[in-house]
Ligand binder design. Structure first.
Ligand SMILES: [Zn+2]
Length: 349
């Protein structure tokens, strides 16, 4: 059959149309242990303001795991990452013992650029739930090995020692071909590599009040500059890991400083999403920590008084804030596994 000129024109119009059909980017931000009281306290202590007030939709997520009303970060991370509830302590494997693909892996298969940022080590439960499949979250060396064999394009967090000082004698950093490992914010900024690993600390990073640096907002800002210069859609997970740890310590000031850093990172993400117009931003928590109550303080002076009711987590629902394309999907009350379903729906053309 001879191709007519008009057909040829149609073909050009159609192919340029499909190239312009952009996939939705996703930035999922998880404040570990960030219940409504952590948010309220952080907001009042910060001149009665939080970046979360600019979000378009708010929902509530049921955080219980497959075996307990009070979840841990592994089960809850797995629920949000894969859409399956599992036993506390398990990463990436459902309650029937079947390993499940995470949203990061689905996005990767669709040609997305992928990134993980955490203020804990990169092998800690929340970031690990997006790439690891292990029965116990404490298997740090196995989790590190799985990250080294994964294709997460950019990762930032502590925990370098699990890659280079190992019982099996391997140095995973040497085995991870194609990655550039940067050691400072400057090096990170300068790097032109497609695959970057940035170990901020050898072990778990310290608290912000004990000098953790660089700040999460700077890491987020530079990551977004890099990622948005690529010619592909992206999935990014950012964890404010130590909101949880401050709450476990029943230390309100520790929790507040970690929340406020996370809030500054949310602000950077929103600025980006507003300009970009094609990025879905979701901010939520894996669970509440500490059973925190806000029982006094002074709004105009930015003072808050809180009491904790446990050193562990609590079983209360946590809020989900969403902004951008498909953000309407996230209003209402739903299981934490629905966060995976909704993200999947948002990236499915
Ligand atoms: Zn915790």
């Amino acid at each position: 059959m001879r191709l007519k000129f008009s057909h040829f024109l149609l073909l050009i119009v159609f192919s340029s149309y499909s190239q312009n059909q952009k996939h939705t980017n996703i930035i999922l931000m998880i404040g570990d242990g960030m219940g409504l009281t952590q948010i309220s306290s952080g907001m009042y202590a910060n001149n009665n303001a939080t970046a979360l007030e600019e979000f378009e939709f708010v929902g509530l997520s049921k955080t219980y795991s497959s075996d307990q009303i009070v979840t841990d970060s592994a089960a809850s991370g797995t629920a949000m990452a894969t859409g399956y509830k599992t036993l506390n302590g398990v990463l990436g494997i459902d309650s029937q013992n079947i390993p499940q693909m995470s949203i990061l892996e689905h996005c990767n298969a669709m040609g997305y650029y992928t990134a993980l940022l955490a203020t804990s080590s990169i092998v800690h439960a929340t970031p690990a739930s997006f790439y690891a499949k292990v029965p116990a979250r404490s298997q740090y060396q196995d989790i590190a090995l799985q990250l080294s064999e994964h294709n997460v394009d950019l990762f930032i967090g502590g925990g370098k020692k699990h890659f280079e000082s190992r019982e099996d004698g391997r140095n995973l950093l040497k085995e991870m071909k194609g990655y550039e490992f940067v050691t400072s914010l400057k090096e990170f900024e300068k790097s032109m590599s497609d695959k970057i690993g940035y170990f901020t600390y050898s072990d778990e990073p310290p608290t912000l009040t004990n000098g953790r640096s660089p700040g999460l907002e700077s890491l987020v800002e530079i990551s977004l500059q890099k990622i948005s210069s690529k010619n592909s859609p992206f999935f990014m997970m950012i964890e404010g890991s130590q909101i949880d740890w401050g709450s476990h310590d029943n230390n309100l000031d520790y929790m507040l400083s970690e929340f406020q850093e996370f809030d500054r990172a949310i602000k950077k993400v929103l600025e980006f999403a507003k300009k970009d117009g094609n990025t879905l931003v979701i901010v939520t928590a894996d669970h509440e920590t500490g059973g925190l109550s806000l029982i006094g303080g002074n709004v105009s002076k930015g003072r808050v008084k809180g009491t904790f009711s446990t050193k562990g987590h609590s079983g209360t629902m946590v809020p989900v804030f969403s902004y951008g394309p498909h953000s309407n999907l996230f209003s209402g009350i739903y299981e934490n596994t629905a966060i995976f379903d909704k993200m999947k729906q948002a990236v499915t053309p």
